[in-house]
Design a binder for this molecule. Sequence first.
Ligand code: PCA
Length: 331
Amino acid sequence: MGLLVNMTMKMLKVRPLLAQLMPKPILVSGFEPFGNHKTNISKKVALEVNGLSVRGHTIESKILSVDLAGAKYVSQQLSEQDFAAIIHLGLAENAKVPRIELKAKDILDFRIPDNSGRQIKDSIISGEGDLFSKIEIDDWDIATMISQPIISEDAGEFLCNEVLYRTLHALNDNTPCFFLHLPPICEDPVGLVLQCLDRMLRPPCLDVGAGAIISAGKFLAARRAPKEKHAGWWEFPGGKFEPGEDAVDCLRREIREELELEVEVGEEVGIWIYDHGDVVVRLHVRRCTIISGEMKLNNHDKVQWCTKDDEVDWLGPDQEIASAIIGHISN
Ligand code: PCA
């Protein structure tokens, strides 16, 4: 008996230690059906992603009751457990596309009673005002995401708004958390949830300027020198924004440093967000025209004036960018 108690004690002690070493779990919540609905897509999706992992973090799903206990559950859980990311899912009865809810309004106004018969009319939740998700949505490139979600700042005044409010209120750190409202019919909600989690857990975006240096109808490609990261791959000259710089300042400086050329930075060709795995880069591509200077290669070992997009081995999204530049040159 003594041994058993001892072992149990040890297990109790070892457990939290182990939990500390493991990557934090992800929480995905869904809701039970409510009102006239027989089913709730958010419940189905939450159950389907349970146990899957994203960037090394395992998803734990929780189905919430559509009442005060359900609205409070996660906020109460947060005093005992940390999560790497939290997505609350719910059904948006009248929506056609998924809605990424970034704002929790400090208001409840139920059109119908919740599942416990509670019907709150025109009330505040905390009196402390609206709360906002801290996810970096500008880094997400949502135009390319599965099932074409939109950004919304109106989660309604019912349980979905309430659960987001209570969770954001309880979070006192930067844990990424938002509410994903799903339409009753949705193309690939599981894919979308996994993609959202991937965006929430990936490193933040780094702003980088890339110069499309155009001369006599050709554009310049430069090969990264052997000592550089991604050596041997071709890219557009440029680099990271320094504090306070915009794309124009950054490109003027970078091209001066890398090629000893003075350039005039012109029109934007486009912005590309590219995930290299260890770093996510937001490339600001702009047309550049050489004003003066004799080209010298300080970071690259070779350059090539190109007319086609497949003349060299491009790094990351740069071949796609080369095609866009060709489109620009011919305009
Ligand atoms: N949708 C409701 C509450 C539960 C759910 O799935 C809402 O939009 O508030």
